[in-house]
Design a protein around this ligand. Structure first.
Ligand SMILES: [Ca+2]
Ligand SMILES: [Ca+2]
Length: 600
């Protein structure tokens, strides 16, 4: 395909072209003060806080907001000194929550003016839908961006199976996990679950502008369900028999090549561009070469598949009864498989030491059980969910400084919210009350670490933006369950951070906001010179993590250098796969968060 043709297609798909010039987002050479805001905007009744990051200590007493004609509409109001954070020698919180009149304003403080500040009911309109563009771009099988098939003959050959190595199993489909073309059952099932929950809980947030195959058009089905079905169809292929649970397609031998997916020349020993390996969960440590994971069972993956299948069966009950019945049957079977094989099924490393080191599985079985209860009404599933819930009340990263890569996936426990719903959603039953208290403990543990100007208390491990999306999800669940506004400031801060209220002033979602990643670690964007839409990038990491990962090299001068002097770093550079690579599961989770804020 010619480059021009591909560019035209991306415009047609709602993806804008990348302008050649890079915007200068940081005040290089200017005053060392930046006012960071949520670049999407603020809803009228929501908390509204901007944060000043001053690179040199200085006193700032007040701030004000001006309208488009430069008239002061708010303030002068006091700027609250909030100490140092990372590169910011001083931070100040600028609270303008009392300004509720819709409009476009700018904040003025210390002689500096902010980007436009939008206040309005509709500031999140369409945002959840725009994240789906990234998932369409990541599709394997028929890919609507390329209008071509990806990996349709190569997937896959069973490996690491006790008796069936070398057998071809048809598993084409699903989404590439990130900018490589590996595909994982665990992340796909979680992403599918978040899409299904987003549609169930906030159906009006999503439009119908795309066909099932991802091409522009309407098919009478909200695009979020088209995308969820794409995930479900692949998960069904990855669980083709009651006792065959496949977890991974491809492995890190993929990383030797930097090709667009339609020309993927990865070589797994069957020739360039040849067949790809598909790994089952075995319950034992896996890895075909020197590196091994620490798998102990099947339940972490089985629980996630059961949840996605059961939620999918509910979602498609009135739309496609055959598909719905197939999902319901697979949900029961894969849940039973997980119950029989407790423990975790981690992803399999090959030549590199990195893998998804998931260490918890009761969260996944809890969600699978309660989703099956909601589908079938059978009390045994609810009893099981309650038993699993009590085994891990709080997602273990909450309140900690660090964690292994994907150690506590998926970072918030969706099952607690579903148990609360099972009790009628009133919170009057003891189980629902207990679930809310579990969430509160996790939120409190993070809030206790958030005594900084940005009110951020997560550990800055790899994929920190996933943690923020998860924190915001859990905080929203808790608020809905209890009406308790205690953590609303931290919930708002998490979302604000993702859309620009961070030291770098960067919206972490490509295409949303004024300043967003222009050079993501994405082969499609880089080779086709395209600006993709909707990808949530990994986000900042501890300096020590960036310094120690293999093969990271910045390819351009760092436009954010003045803000990369602290304990965390972020680079808008195609070479930085630790902070600037879009991630499929995080994007799907954020779609849930944004859907909840869409105007009704
Ligand atoms: Ca549609
Ligand atoms: Ca888990």
């Amino acid at each position: 395909m010619s480059r021009t043709h591909a560019r035209w297609l991306l415009v047609a798909l709602g993806v804008s072209c990348h302008s050649a010039g890079r915007e200068a987002p940081a005040p290089l050479g200017g005053p060392p003060v930046a006012i960071r805001i949520n670049q999407l905007g603020y809803q009228p009744e929501a908390p509204k806080v901007a944060v000043v990051c001053a690179l040199e200590a200085q006193a700032i007493a007040t701030f004000r907001l001006v309208d488009e004609r430069d008239r002061t509409v708010f303030g002068p109001a006091p700027a609250d000194a909030a100490g140092s954070f990372g590169p910011c020698a001083a931070t100040y919180r600028l609270d303008f929550g009392a300004l509720r009149r819709p409009g476009v304003y700018r904040i003025v403080a210390a002689g500096v003016t902010s980007l436009p500040v939008r206040i309005g009911d509709g500031v999140y309109r369409g945002a959840a839908d725009s994240l789906l563009a990234y998932l369409r771009e990541q599709r394997s099988g028929y890919n609507p961006v390329f209008r071509d098939s990806v990996h349709h003959r190569s997937d896959g050959v069973l490996v690491d199976h006790p008796t069936r190595d070398g057998e071809f199993i048809p598993v084409t489909g699903g989404w590439a996990d990130a900018s490589d073309y590996l595909q994982y059952g665990a992340t796909t099932a979680h992403a599918t679950t978040m899409l299904l929950l987003a549609h169930r809980d906030h159906p009006t947030a999503f439009a119908d502008r795309f066909e099932a195959n991802g091409l522009p058009g309407t098919n009478g089905i909200p695009d979020v369900l088209d995308e969820a079905r794409w995930g479900l169809a692949w998960l069904l292929k990855m669980n083709p028999e009651d006792d065959l649970l496949l977890n991974q397609l491809g492995d890190d031998r993929d990383h030797a090549f930097w090709d667009v997916p339609v020309n993927d020349s990865s070589d797994y020993g069957w020739g360039r561009g040849g067949r790809r390996p598909v790994y089952p969960c075995t319950g034992k440590p896996q890895g075909l070469f020197e590196n091994k994971n620490r798998s102990t069972g099947l339940a972490s993956t089985a629980g996630k598949y059961a949840a996605a299948f059961a939620l999918g069966a509910g979602a498609f009950q009135g739309r496609d009864s055959v598909f719905s019945r197939q999902l319901a049957e697979r949900a029961r079977a894969v849940y039973a498989l997980g119950a029989a094989h407790p423990g975790v099924c981690q992803t399999a490393p090959a030549r590199s030491p990195y893998f998804y080191e998931e260490d918890n599985w009761t969260d996944d079985m809890e969600l699978g059980a309660v989703a099956l209860h909601a589908l079938t009404g059978e009390p045994a599933y609810l009893s099981a969910a309650l038993r699993y819930a009590a085994q891990e009340p709080v997602s273990p990263w909450m309140g900690q400084d660090t964690a292994r890569h994907y150690q506590w996936f998926p970072w918030h426990n969706n099952g607690h919210y579903e148990i609360w719903r099972a009790g009628g959603g009133g919170g009057s039953d003891s189980a629902g009350h207990a679930m809310a208290e579990y969430y509160r403990r996790g939120l409190e543990a993070v809030a206790r670490r958030a005594n900084n100007g940005f009110r951020i208390g997560i550990p800055f491990i790899w994929c920190s933006n996933n943690l923020l999306a998860s924190f915001a999800t859990q905080a929203a669940f808790y608020r809905r369950m209890t009406g308790d506004p205690t953590y609303i400031e931290y919930e708002a801060a998490a979302l604000d951070w993702l859309f620009g209220t961070n030291p770098w002033g960067v919206s972490m979602v490509i295409g949303l906001g004024d300043t967003y990643p222009r050079a993501p670690h994405s082969v499609v964007a880089e080779q086709l010179k395209l600006q993709l839409t909707g990808g949530l990038v990994d986000g900042p990491v501890y300096r020590s993590i960036f310094a120690n990962l293999r093969g990271i090299r910045l390819l351009e001068a760092d436009e954010y250098a003045p803000f990369n002097t602290g304990f965390i770093v972020y680079h808008d550079d195609v070479g930085d796969y630790s902070t600037n690579e879009p991630i499929m599961d995080g994007a799907a989770n954020l779609a849930y968060v944004l859907a909840a804020r869409s105007p009704r």
